[in-house]
Design a protein around this ligand. Structure first.
Ligand SMILES: [Cu+2]
Length: 177
């Protein structure tokens, strides 16, 4: 079977080469030969998905995720840092609703002596974009952790001591556009 497949790929590639190498009149002829080769490049389970995040205008659709239920709740900050344990605001993330562009890194930073031991960080598996949330459970005695967000979505997080996976109290959302 692997041999048949690789032969198919060779024919397909050959068809592609011929198609691109020839003029437009006989290029289509070569191309059709390639497309019918066994074990070709066609696959199932393509990239289309349900419940997409793009609107007709192409801009990301806003999705309300507790506690960030309005698009205007989201802040942008120059260093993409979410602080926690700030004096006078010990049990909140600042900002709790952060907007970044796809590919950005976001740093969670404890103020002063506050660490992830005091405020264990976790991704929500109940609200927002659950699949592929780059945030991983972090409970170590350090106060800085950085995550990269390659894909658009609304990624919810919370403090396991002072928040909940439903977005209550010490919790927030990173909206990646
Ligand atoms: Cu906490």
């Amino acid at each position: 079977m692997p041999q048949r497949q690789s032969i198919g790929v060779v024919f397909w590639t050959l068809g592609l080469v011929l198609a691109s190498g020839c003029g437009s009149s006989n290029g289509s002829k070569s191309g059709s030969g390639g497309a019918s080769a066994p074990g070709g490049a066609s696959g199932s389970g393509g990239a289309t998905g349900t419940g997409g995040t793009t609107s007709t205008g192409g801009a990301p659709v806003f999705t309300a995720v507790t506690p960030c239920n309005a698009a205007t709740d989201y802040a942008t900050v120059a260093d993409n840092t979410i602080n926690f344990g700030m004096m006078g605001a010990d049990f909140v993330y600042m900002p709790k609703c952060l907007k970044v562009t796809a590919g950005a890194t976001v740093t969670f930073k404890g103020f002063g002596i506050e660490t992830f031991s005091n405020h264990p960080l976790a991704p929500s598996d109940k609200i927002g974009t659950v699949a592929g949330n780059p945030i991983t459970e972090t409970a170590e005695p350090s106060n800085t952790k950085t995550f990269t967000f390659p894909t658009a979505g609304a990624y919810a997080f919370f403090c396991e001591f002072h928040g909940s996976d439903l977005g209550d109290a010490m919790a927030g959302v990173i909206w990646v556009q």
